[in-house]
Design a protein around this ligand. Structure first.
Ligand code: NAD
Ligand code: MG
Length: 396
C-alpha cells in the first residue's frame, strides 16, 4: 500500500474503539489516526490523543473542549478539539479521511455514521442501532454515495466472509437458502426463569464470552442484541426476516453460518475477540495480523447448539415482529429498548420489565412508513417519550 490510511474512530474510548486502536497500533505503516471521539472517560481520551496524535478530537461540550484543548497543547500536540454532533459529522466526512470506525453506542451514532456514509467513506459499522433505526435510508445512502460498508458485528462480519463477493445480486441468486445467526445466550441462558426478576446490572453485564460496553451487554443478556442483529442482517444482506434463523451456540466460536441450496454450510470460526472482525474490515480485502491468539479446537473440544426459548427471551420475538412490520417499527423498538436498558442499569426497573416497556411502546404506536431522517427521529423521540411514561406510571 502506498499511502497511510487515515482513520476516524468514533467512540474511541469504548470497548470497540479501544480494540480498534489496538489493531491500528500494530500497523503503523498502514494506518494513522485522524480523529478520536469520546463522550465520558475524558481522561482516557486525553491519554489516547497523547498516544496517537490525531488531527482532531471530539468531545460532548464546549467546556470540556477548552479543557482538553489546553491539556493537549501543554503536551505539545496540535490536535484540534471539536464539539458535539457537528464535530462528529465533520471528522466522519472530512475529505482526508479514508475509513470511519462507527463505534458510538446507540441512536447517538446515527447522524455521524450517516455523514460518513454520505461522504462515500469506507464505513466500519459497529453501531448497529444506527442501521436498525434507519435501515432503508441508510442503505439508500450507501448505494448513492458508493460508500463501502463493512460489518464489525462479529456475526455479520462472519456472514460477510461466508458469502460470495457478488451477494449484492440477491441471496437467492447466489444460492443462499438461509443465514444462521449464532448467539451465546448470554449470562442468563440457564438461570431459572423466576430468578430473572432479581438479577442485577452487574450480573447482566458479566457476559460469559465477550467483554463489551454495558448497553450491549444488557442487550446480550435479554437477547435484544440478537433481535437488533437480525434486523441489521436483513439490511446488510438484503434478506427477509424469515431467511434468518437464530441459534444459540454457547461457546461463541462459530460466529455465524450461511446455508446454501446444495447443502453446503459455510461458517466462520475464531476466538471471541473483536479484533478479528475489526482487522478483517480495516484491511479488507487483504488480511492483517490482529493480535488474536490462534483458535485451539482441541482445547474447545466441543461445539453445542440449541434453539432460543422465546419465553425466556421475549425481546427476540419483539424484534422479529418489528423486522416483519418494517417502517418505523425497528426505530421504535430500538429507542424503547435504549430507555429501558438505561432504566435497568440505573436499577429503576427489573430485568424482565425491559421487554414490558418495549412491548407497550410497540402496542401503542402504529407502524408507519419512514421516508426521511426526520421521520426516523420522530419515531425515536415518540418511543422514548412513551417509554418514559411507562416508567412514571409504574413509579420508577
Ligand atoms: P461502549 O459503551 O464501550 O462505548 C461506547 C462509545 O460511544 C464510547 O466511546 C462513548 O464515549 C461513546 N458514546 C456514548 N454515548 C455517546 C453519545 N451520546 N454521543 C457520542 N458518543 C457517545 O460500547 P461498545 O461495547 O464499544 O459498543 C459500541 C457499539 O458497537 C454499539 O453499537 C455496540 O452494539 C456495537 N458492538 C459492540 C461489540 C463489542 O464487543 N463491544 C460487538 C458488536 C457490536
Ligand atoms: Mg454481535
Amino acid at each position: 500500500m502506498s499511502q497511510l490510511q487515515q482513520i476516524s474512530v468514533l467512540g474511541a474510548t469504548g470497548s470497540i474503539g479501544l480494540s480498534t486502536l489496538d489493531v491500528i497500533a500494530r500497523h503503523p505503516e498502514r494506518y494513522q489516526v485522524f480523529a478520536l471521539s469520546g463522550f465520558s472517560r475524558l481522561l482516557e481520551l486525553e491519554n489516547l490523543c497523547l498516544r496517537f496524535h490525531p488531527r482532531f478530537a471530539v468531545v460532548p461540550t464546549a467546556a470540556v473542549a477548552i479543557e482538553l484543548q489546553g491539556a493537549l497543547q501543554a503536551g505539545g500536540l496540535t490536535t484540534r478539539v471539536l464539539v458535539g454532533e457537528a464535530g462528529l459529522c465533520e471528522v466522519a466526512a472530512h475529505p482526508e479521511v479514508n475509513a470511519v470506525m462507527a463505534a458510538i453506542v446507540g441512536a447517538a451514532g446515527l447522524k455521524p455514521t450517516l455523514a460518513a456514509v454520505e461522504a462515500g467513506k469506507k464505513v466500519l459499522l459497529a453501531n448497529k442501532e444506527a442501521l436498525v433505526m434507519s435501515g432503508a435510508l441508510f442503505m439508500q445512502a450507501v448505494r448513492k454515495s458508493g460508500a463501502v460498508l463493512l460489518p464489525i458485528d462479529s456475526e455479520h462480519n462472519a456472514i460477510f466472509q461466508c458469502l460470495p463477493g457478488d451477494y449484492g445480486r440477491g441471496l437467492s441468486q447466489v444460492g443462499v437458502r438461509r443465514i444462521l445467526l449464532t448467539a451465546s445466550g448470554g449470562p442468563f441462558r440457564q438461570t431459572p426463569l423466576e430468578q430473572l426478576q432479581a438479577v442485577t446490572p452487574e450480573q447482566a453485564c458479566a457476559h460469559p464470552n465477550w467483554s463489551m460496553g454495558r448497553k450491549i451487554s444488557v442487550d446480550s443478556a435479554s437477547m435484544m442484541n440478537k433481535g437488533l442483529e437480525l434486523i441489521e442482517a436483513c439490511w446488510l444482506f438484503d434478506a427477509k426476516p424469515a431467511q434468518i434463523e437464530v441459534l444459540i451456540h454457547p461457546q461463541s466460536v462459530i460466529h455465524s453460518l450461511v446455508d446454501y441450496v446444495d447443502g453446503s454450510v459455510l461458517a466462520q470460526l475464531g476466538n471471541p475477540d473483536m479484533r478479528t472482525p475489526i482487522s478483517h474490515a480495516l484491511a479488507w480485502p487483504e488480511r492483517i495480523d490482529s493480535g488474536v491468539a490462534p483458535l485451539d479446537l482441541f482445547a474447545i473440544a466441543r461445539l453445542d447448539f440449541q434453539a432460543p426459548d422465546e419465553a425466556r427471551f421475549p425481546c427476540l420475538r419483539l424484534a422479529r415482529d418489528a423486522a416483519d412490520a418494517g417502517g418505523s417499527a425497528p426505530a421504535l423498538l430500538n429507542a424503547a429498548n435504549e430507555v429501558a436498558v438505561q432504566a435497568f442499569l440505573q436499577r429503576r426497573i427489573r430485568f424482565p420489565e425491559i421487554a414490558s416497556v418495549i412491548a407497550e411502546v410497540l402496542n401503542l404506536v402504529p407502524t408507519i412508513a419512514v421516508e426521511s431522517l426526520d421521520g426516523v427521529l420522530q419515531a425515536d423521540a415518540q418511543a422514548r417519550q412513551l417509554a418514559e411514561q411507562w416508567l412514571l406510571r409504574h413509579g420508577r
